[in-house]
Design a binder for this molecule. Structure first.
Ligand code: ZN
Length: 246
């Protein structure tokens, strides 16, 4: 299983950057995890968005910074389907909020599947399991396993003791680090600090910690230092183009 970071910034992308979007490749199949602003452009560096080479898109939740480019990816996939046997693009996402979910369907271009905490399925030789996180919109952390290797992506979440079990012994933990402990400020119920990301990695005994969902301006030195103070394992910061073989 290969993880390629397409974008990792929120709530908006920096110049030449992109919002959350992660390309998973396994056994010749490609799958997209979240699809924030700019992700389709970044995806084009690895595969032709209108080439019909995406097996599915999995969305952690329906905040615009995590799914806005799906509305554009639909057009690319519409072109992929024209005059070919390419099937509709499978999209797995929560069914709420209804207003956000309602804007996703487009002609016959997408096949929509609802995820919740009981969802468990296989795609392209990878298994997917979900956990409902603490966030203002229903959001699902996802655990992906293939050939004995595992990746856990938290999506957006406040600290939750149960995430420790969900992320236990993952080879890679990809976790949102919007804030330092000091500037977590008004959103303690929606997002984790970098210190909490480190604590989650430490308690879950993961192999590697990657911080993502990063602020679009400023450097991430403080976030990294805070996470490293709480986690004794390998810790790094995501960037567009980061590629990791699990
Ligand atoms: Zn969110």
């Amino acid at each position: 299983m290969k993880l390629t970071v397409l974008g990792c910034h929120s709530p908006y992308p920096p110049v030449d950057g992109a919002g959350p979007g992660y390309l998973l490749t396994h056994a010749g199949a490609n799958l997209l995890l979240d699809c924030g602003s700019g992700v389709v452009s970044k995806l084009g560096q690895y595969l032709d968005p209108k080439g019909g080479k995406l097996a599915a898109v999995v969305l952690s939740h329906l905040h615009a910074d995590h799914f806005s480019d799906l509305l554009v990816l639909r057009y690319a996939h519409m072109l992929a389907m024209q005059g070919t046997q390419v099937p509709p693009l499978a999209v797995y996402c929560p069914d709420v909020p209804e207003t956000e979910r309602a804007v996703i369907p487009f002609r016959d271009v997408l096949s929509l599947h609802t995820i919740d905490e009981r969802s468990h399925f296989s795609l392209a030789g990878m298994t997917f399991a979900f956990y409902r996180t603490k966030h203002i919109y229903p959001c699902y952390a996802v655990r992906i396993e293939a050939e004995g290797r595992s990746l856990v992506y938290t999506g957006d979440t406040a600290w939750d003791d149960n995430l420790v079990e969900f992320a236990a012994l993952a080879d890679v933990l990809l976790v949102e680090a919007c804030f330092t402990e000091q500037n977590k400020g008004e959103n303690p119920a929606q997002h984790m600090s970098a210190r909490e990301c480190g604590a989650l990695a430490e308690q879950a005994i993961v192999g590697k910690l990657i911080l993502t969902h990063l602020p679009p301006v400023g450097d991430c030195a403080e976030l990294l230092a805070e996470a490293r103070a709480a986690f004794s394992g390998e810790t790094s910061v995501a960037f567009s183009g980061l590629c990791l073989e699990l």
